[in-house]
Design a protein around this ligand. Sequence first.
Ligand code: URA
Length: 242
Amino acid sequence: MRIQKYLSTAGFCSRRKAEELILENRIKINNKSASIGDIIDISKDKVFVDGKLINNNTKQIYILLYKPKGYVSTTSDPEGRKTVLDLVTDIKERIYPVGRLDYDTEGLLIMTNDGEFTNILTHPSHLVEKVYKAKCSGNITKEKLNQLEDGILIENEYMTNKANIYYAQNFKDYFEIEIGIKEGRNRQVRKMFAELKNPVLSLKRIKIGFLTIDKLKRGKYRELTKKEIEKLKKLEVNKENN
Ligand code: URA
């Protein structure tokens, strides 16, 4: 969190006043003079004003939610539909979703109040793979699987990156497929199958990197462990296969 926000959420002063104090050189982060916009890691950094330690007990929250269909993944909805916040009413801190899932899509969604964490996870260089399980109309062919794996031109405008296919099975007039992509254009999976003329009938996000939906019940959430949070942050640095 930024230093100005740290001081305001700690109840010490307003953000504007914090900027003044910074410019007057009265604020230190650990033992270095602070600059406007400096980022604080509240789990380890210490902030001093005129040599006095300022505590900020804002708890950082990181949860993994199994969003059901029929909820928007924003914190409010102009149309008055249910939002994912309705599923986490027992959390007092103001958390918000990291990225989006469509109203009609279910599955994994990370929520947090840590803006830096959100920036890391949503930055284009953060190549975490998300795996979706889709049920689509019609049947899938080898050629179509190759197309999905190699990249598909969607809406005559954007070529998708390579995708991984983990499972595919035809049934009478539909098929099931598990597909992993490392990008997140708006309604991307639905658009990819629409290009193949196999519209998505249902869609579920079953993995985000190493996090899986196993053991989570629809509409429920769990807190991420410290280890998971650290690992997710490091994925950006390593850009390794996750
Ligand atoms: N792709 C989609 O089409 N919808 C989602 O919600 C996520 C990925």
